[in-house]
Design a protein around this ligand. Structure first.
Ligand SMILES: [Zn+2]
Length: 95
């Protein structure tokens, strides 16, 4: 007999962002100001992401669909976990 499996739920952008962070979080780099470089999900490319008061990404998903893409979300996870230091969020930081 066969066991019926429930249909897989569609993968959400948040789940893909977490997978991206787990696979390539160490490769996220702060470039300058509010600009970061975030690897693509396959690790073959990378996109420049503006993160902070204004958020934008150079990837097609952001450009054509709009809203937060997996790169912005993965960067948000990285800053929340402290993997990446976020200058704008480091209040009172003395350099
Ligand atoms: Zn993106």
């Amino acid at each position: 007999m066969t066991i019926a499996h429930p249909a897989p739920r569609p993968t959400t952008r948040e789940e893909r962002a977490l997978a991206l962070y787990r696979a390539h979080g160490e490769e996220i780099k702060h470039l300058s100001g509010a600009i970061y470089r975030v690897p693509s999900q396959d690790g073959q490319r990378s996109f420049d992401v503006e993160y902070g008061r204004h958020e934008a990404c150079a990837c097609p998903d952001y450009l054509y669909r709009g809203g937060s893409c997996v790169h912005i979300l993965a960067l948000a996870i990285a800053t929340a976990k402290g993997t990446i230091r976020h200058p704008e969020l480091a209040a009172g930081a003395v350099s």
